[in-house]
Design a protein around this ligand. Structure first.
Ligand code: SAH
Length: 339
């Protein structure tokens, strides 16, 4: 019997170490080069508002193939050469396989196992679809108590748990308030991603102390909600997450409300979550795509425009995906998060 989050951590470490995740799913930077370009220019604008520190750390957590950062650096060299000269590139990646792929595209980077081991100094951090891969615990409401889910022989087992308490009456946040009345939420499931909360606390304190900003793009609800979102993709198709660990990509929705609260509690300013479609449109997704499409053969131009739509349209990735920024409290509102 293994606690669900430990099972998920083990399964994903094996998965990312041995498989090509892009055979199972695609991500925004793989859909359009404009995604990484816009995030690079986002970092350049935030660097300006930090007072152009030199050197400055530009970091990415979970860089996958390195596509996002390669696109970002190209846009930075073209449009923000001062930032390009000041930045030192740091990547947080645990998979040796993906590190090797990143090194081919980003030979000047340094690698780290965890966000907590990045060197000190002003920091700009980007993470796309990183938090959703971090392990979650699941708790189930039973009577007046909670149980926790464990994995045994490919199925779930519930054990009594005292790791979760209800918020104070009327209090918001995590776990969300139980419905009133008959049954009081019997059987409701709630997920808690402890590594995400630890990262939010670490970055919230670090950014408030030594300056900078972190940008997370991922999918999930604005506020903590009940429900289980753990899912698996094997060979590109939905699969049972609890069997054959390491053969499927396991993800869970990001609880943006809980991440934001954890970073705020230690002194950082938090902006968002803003739906990805709105965020990218504000950064100029369609203008930049149109400029790129101009002068291309018609088929290529149509593909570029189609890719931008996939990132931004509500029924594609525009609404479920969201952007959240954690910033030094004195920093100007970062681009895309204007009220
Ligand atoms: N950002 C990329 C990849 C997303 S997949 C993209 O948008 O395409 C998740 C990435 O996070 C992979 O690079 C994976 O190896 C990495 N990863 C997963 N768990 C991690 C952990 N605990 N620590 C560091 N990296 C991790």
């Amino acid at each position: 019997m293994e606690r669900l989050d430990r099972f998920m951590a083990r399964a994903n470490a094996a998965y990312y170490a041995t498989r090509d995740p892009y055979a199972d799913f695609t991500t925004a930077p793989e859909i359009s080069q404009v995604f990484g370009e816009l995030l690079g220019l986002w970092a350049a604008v935030v660097w300006e508002s930090l007072g152009q520190p030199d050197p400055v750390l530009l970091a990415e957590a979970g860089p996958g193939r390195g596509t996002l950062m390669a696109d970002a650096l190209r846009a930075i060299q073209q449009g923000a050469a001062g930032f390009g000269a000041a930045l030192r590139l740091h990547l947080v990646e645990t998979s040796p396989r993906l590190r090797a792929e990143q090194a081919r595209r980003l030979p000047v980077a340094s690698w780290h196992d965890a966000i907590e081991s990045l060197p000190a100094g002003p920091l700009l951090l980007i993470a796309n679809e990183f938090i959703d891969a971090l392990p979650v615990r699941q708790f189930v409401r039973r009577g007046a108590n909670w149980t926790e889910r464990f994995v045994a022989d490919g199925g779930v087992v519930e054990q009594p748990s005292s790791a979760l308490t209800l918020p104070s009456p009327g209090g918001k946040g995590f776990p969300p308030p139980l419905p009133s009345g008959e049954g009081r939420g019997e059987g409701l499931v709630v997920e808690r991603c402890e590594p995400a909360l630890a990262i939010a606390r670490h970055l919230g304190a670090r950014l408030a102390a030594t300056g900078g900003a972190a940008l997370f793009l991922d999918y999930g609800p604005d506020q903590s909600t009940f429900g289980e979102s753990l899912q698996a993709l094997r060979h590109g198709r939905p699969a049972d997450p609890l069997t054959e660990p390491g053969s499927a990509d396991l993800t869970a929705h990001v609880d943006f409300g809980a991440v934001a609260a954890a970073a705020r509690a230690v002194g950082s300013a938090v902006y968002g979550p803003v739906p990805q479609g709105l965020f990218l449109a504000r950064l100029g997704l369609f203008q930049r795509t149109d400029r790129l499409a101009r002068g291309q053969p018609p088929q290529r131009a149509a593909a570029l425009i189609d890719a931008a739509r996939r990132l931004a349209e509500p029924h594609h990735m525009g609404r479920l995906f969201k952007a959240l920024a954690v910033c030094h409290p004195a920093l100007a509102v970062p681009p895309g998060f204007e009220p």
